[in-house]
Design a protein around this ligand. Structure first.
Ligand SMILES: [Zn+2]
Length: 73
């Protein structure tokens, strides 16, 4: 193996390493992204979800026990 071939081999190895690193970083960034759905569940059986703070309230409650906002329904 002469020097030119060595240089080509090293350049290819370096390029491969960079591509692999970028692929790993991209995968990690995607894993860190928050889920696209709302952080508050829309509705749960037997309770009302506060539209303002997301607190679960009893179904017969008129106002949020956490922030006092009026609950729908
Ligand atoms: Zn609330």
């Amino acid at each position: 193996m002469d020097q030119t071939q060595q240089l080509v081999a090293m350049t290819l190895a370096a390029a491969l390493g960079i591509v692999a690193t970028l692929a790993i970083l991209r995968r990690q960034r995607r894993a860190l992204e928050p889920p696209r759905e709302s952080p508050f569940a829309a509705s749960t059986e037997g309770e009302k979800r506060c539209p303002k703070c997301g607190m679960g309230n009893l179904w017969m409650g008129d106002h949020c026990i956490s922030c006092g906002a009026k609950l729908p329904g």
